[in-house]
Ligand binder design. Sequence first.
Ligand code: ZN
Length: 238
Amino acid sequence: MSVEIIDIREIRERRRLRRLRRLTRYVYTAVAVMLVVTLVLAGFRLFGKRGGAEVLPADLQAAIEQLDWVSIELLPVNEYSRPGTPVEKINAVVVHYVGNPGTTARQNRTYYERLAENRETKVSSNFLIGLEGEIIQCVPVNEVAYCSNHRNEDTISIECCHPDETGKFNEATYASLVKLTAWLCSAQGLNSGDVIRHYDVTGKECPKYFVDHEDAWESFRAAVQREIDALKAAEKDK
Ligand SMILES: [Zn+2]
């Protein structure tokens, strides 16, 4: 066994070095933690942008009320066409046809409204598009409309008028349908793949023409996607 005689200055020096090493470790750890937190937050932001759907249905409704090409004519809250049930999240847009050839958007809205008194059935839609391309909103997008069965709680429904039994939309109705669908998708971070037919929910022959003509449905979706892309590009240029 040997006894070392250690200089008091050396002990102090070693302690100083130890403290310094500890401090350096703390600084490195803190920097690493900050870096990880920053990366995670940046990742979330990127992911959020790509995933979209960050807009709350109530905020989307407020934005719709600013559009001069949508006529807001909300139904009174009632059990048969506007139950007032809140929608928490919008995952899709569902397209329908009214199934009553030659009727106007206003006539269909009146039909929904009268259900509050005559209680014949429960039916409504968030939007109606008429034969002249006019767009009427009947139920806010942050509330359930009675249109798409079990998807009423997480979708927006659009009912379209049509001149005859084929259910084919005329040019004005079609143009408004593309415009409205694309605008809604774009505002919600959705794509044309999130646009569905009533048929895709329950197998019902609705909207008839787009069920009978799969190619017409696909070209409608493609037109919606082109419009979504154009809206995105315009947003970027701002
Ligand atoms: Zn339908």
